[in-house]
Write a protein that binds this ligand. Structure first.
Ligand code: HEC
Ligand code: HEC
Length: 294
């Protein structure tokens, strides 16, 4: 707590400057650091094995949520690199960062020519992301201890209760249906990762028309007359909306502003929205429960 309030105050002033800079559309000069691909695997403040700071778990969790929602698309949910973004746990920018000062520059300015867009995140969000990333670096360095902490501590009964109750998982999943063998499909780490970030490998083609739909996006189209049509969304732009109904019939409608009314339902969205609700122990308990489903 002491650490956090002090560091927040310290970075407030700093970020005011960075934000002003971003507002002025200034480009970050390419840092020489980014040319050095092989970063030492430990951050510089970590001189000995148990010398890592204790990061505020609430900040780590907030940072993870923002990261998963905003950055994981390219950098992977564990920040270890994705289809287009590099492994951030080996990034010199991250390893040199203190409370978001270096990471914030990249995030707020982006590197548009290199495929990294800029993001208008608040300084609090950036500090949280930075804390999350530093915690991941620490976790990678202390892998053995972290596995124990992260994976084995959950209570399967509490996980089951959460799954069937407060977690609301049963509105989309069934432990006798789609999740029946999840404990054989993935190891414990994999199960936990898929709770946080299901089907990450499909993110690149989650648009409605691309490839076979993983979890189809559906839409309800309501005409001015009140008549409505429901089905899998196959196309939507400013002028047209098309759905395929349960009989396999295609319905296309011309759009004119809000007419007809289109309600889009992305099944994955509900899963992602839940991220805001989970606590660490919910995730651990869910993991402990789901690994038993062999
Ligand atoms: C659309 C894909 C994409 C998204 C989304 C994205 N990044 Fe990146 N990011 C990249 C790419 C590509 C690079 C490498 C740029 C380069 O080569 O200089 C990069 C580089 C970085 C770097 C510098 C790494 C280094 O060592 O040079 C950091 C830090 C970073 N991203 C953080 C983030 C954070 C935090 C977010 C979310 C707020 C995010 N990125 C979202 C694609 C993305
Ligand atoms: C609003 C719907 C919705 C809710 C609620 C929801 N999920 Fe999901 N979840 C999905 C969808 C859609 C997928 C992707 C399924 C697919 O890939 O076919 C998914 C995927 C998963 C996966 C990965 C499955 C696999 O085989 O890779 C796990 C694990 C999972 N969810 C766990 C949960 C848990 C635990 C909860 C409750 C805390 C939950 N989900 C709540 C919609 C939901």
């Amino acid at each position: 707590m002491q650490f956090r309030s002090t560091c927040i105050r310290a970075v407030l002033a700093m970020f005011a400057g960075i934000l002003a800079q971003a507002g002025a559309q200034t480009q970050t000069p390419a840092t020489p650091a980014q040319q050095t691909p092989q970063a030492p695997p430990t951050p510089k403040q970590a001189v000995k094995r148990d010398g890592y700071p204790e990061y505020d778990p609430a900040a780590v969790q907030r940072g993870q949520k923002t990261f998963v929602a905003t950055c994981a698309f390219c950098h992977g949910s564990n920040a270890k690199g994705g289809e287009t973004g590099p492994d951030l746990l080996r990034s010199v920018v991250v390893l040199d960062d203190e409370n978001g000062n270096k990471i914030g520059q990249v995030v707020l300015n982006g590197r548009p020519d290199k495929g990294m867009p800029k993001f208008a995140l608040s300084h609090d969000q950036i500090v949280d992301i930075a804390i999350f990333l530093h915690d991941r670096v620490k976790a990678a360095a202390l892998r053995d201890t972290y596995k124990v902490l992260n994976i084995v501590v959950g209570d399967p009964r509490a996980g089951q209760a959460y799954f069937n109750g407060a977690g609301g998982c049963t509105s989309c999943h069934s432990v006798r249906g789609d999740l029946a063998h999840i404990g054989s499909k993935y190891d414990a780490v994999g199960v936990q990762q898929h709770i946080v970030m299901p089907r990450e490998e499909h993110w690149g083609r989650r648009s409605q028309t691309d490839g076979p739909p993983v979890a189809p996006v559906t839409a309800t189209v309501t005409l001015a007359s009140g008549e409505s049509f429901k089905g899998r969304l196959t196309r939507i732009d400013d002028f047209t909306v098309s759905i395929v109904d349960a009989n396999g019939d295609l319905h296309s409608f011309t759009r004119n502003g809000d007419t007809p009314k289109v309600d889009i339902h992305d099944p994955m969205k509900g899963h992602f929205d839940l991220l805001a609700k989970y606590t660490d122990s919910d995730i651990h308990n869910l993991t402990a429960y789901l690994v038993t489903l062999k």
